[in-house]
Design a protein around this ligand. Structure first.
Ligand SMILES: [Zn+2]
Length: 363
């Protein structure tokens, strides 16, 4: 399996997911979903050479991770819900319940109480930043906020080929110069054939409004040699410090669909099919997770255009606890593969993507 680092550099104002307030369309969301990156890249290759994309479109095997904002050269990652910011001094800090790897291994949280003060002793000014991307630069955590720009556009009536009276939009869009990074895992080595002679940098249109000049971006892929082996070593170190408690952090919406007598049922937990890895309860209720919240995912049938599926998924930043029963080189490698490929369903679309949590904590 080959693993690539994917970088998206935004070249013109970009709207990925948005909400509207009157005639103002505003970008919402803090990362680029894997499906957006996948669609932009494969769509661009398809325009130039449909044959190259056919195989991957019919039999998807390449996993596109969500791409997170880069701040001062560092890729950000979503905070779990026990991460807080002080509204007075801006300090970001984690709950003392899990500020070291050793504590991760012993965590029991029956009641989640928000801290009453920040480390600088500001009382009652603390709120959770669960789900928001942050970076850790020289030990200091910073929220990775996106930069925005405002642009204006008139609506075009396609039938009359003229501007539509009264349709004047303002966009609050991601600013040019913003960069995102994610991973691409390619188990069947299809990427070189897909990219062909386009080299490793492709200019794409991403998100909405490309006919109005929005969403120009450059996608770059760079192979990360020995990636799985290096991750397996980090995972071994983390598990040694947590006493074989594996904590997985969701980088994307996360869920399982199971079939029951009454029809399909979904739950906001991933399906982890690695032998010897069992959910580890951290609540007296038996729950093995702390969620940052729930989000809805829907898909549409291409044939009927009717909603086909709608599931409740855990949001990015949710964390899940497991016991690793008999740790070995093989298990570390399997966990590294799970990180790279995600876990079904819809992992190739950038859903159910998880990473091992704890490497940035002190032992
Ligand atoms: Zn403070």
């Amino acid at each position: 399996m080959k693993v690539y680092e994917l970088e998206v550099a935004i070249k013109s104002p970009t709207l990925i997911t948005f909400h509207s307030a009157g005639n103002i369309l505003s970008h919402s969301g803090s990362y680029l979903p894997g499906s957006t990156v996948r669609g932009a890249l494969l769509g661009k290759i398809y325009e130039e050479n449909p044959e190259r994309v056919k195989e991957e479109a019919e039999n998807p095997t390449i996993t596109f991770h969500p791409a997170y904002p880069v701040v001062e050269g560092e890729k950000s990652t979503p905070a779990h819900s026990l991460t807080y910011i002080c509204k007075v001094c801006g300090r970001i800090f984690r709950s003392p319940l899990l500020d070291s790897r050793r504590k991760l291994g012993n965590l029991i949280v029956d009641r989640l109480e928000q801290p009453v003060k920040c480390p600088n002793n500001h009382y009652l000014a603390v709120k959770s930043i669960g789900g928001q991307p942050y970076t850790s630069i020289k030990g200091e955590m910073k929220v990775a906020s996106l930069r925005y720009t405002v642009s204006h556009s008139t609506g075009i009536n396609r039938a009359l080929r003229s501007s539509e009276i009264g349709l004047f939009y303002s966009y609050i869009a991601i600013a040019p110069g913003t960069r995102f990074k994610g991973l691409v895992a390619d188990p069947e080595d299809k990427i070189p054939q897909l990219l062909g002679d386009t080299g490793n940098s492709v200019t794409v249109r991403i998100g909405r409004g490309s006919s109005r000049g929005l969403g120009k971006a450059a996608i770059k892929l760079k192979e990360k040699p020995d990636y799985l082996q290096r991750r397996a070593e980090i995972i071994e170190q983390v598990l040694r410090d947590t006493g074989n408690t594996l904590v997985l952090r969701a980088l994307s919406p996360t869920f399982t669909i199971s079939m029951s007598a009454s029809g399909p049922a979904t739950s906001p937990t991933p399906s982890i099919n690695v032998k010897g890895i069992k959910p580890k309860p951290i609540h007296s209720s038996g729950k093995n997770y702390i969620l940052t919240g729930l989000t809805s995912i829907s898909g549409y049938s291409k044939i009927t255009n009717l909603p086909k599926i709608s599931v409740k998924a855990a949001r990015q930043g949710s964390i899940y606890f497991y016991n690793v029963e008999s740790p070995s080189e093989t298990i570390y490698e399997e966990i590294a593969r799970l990180e790279a490929l995600g876990t079904p369903p819809f992992n190739q679309l950038g859903l159910n993507i998880l990473e091992v949590y704890g490497y940035e904590l002190p032992a």
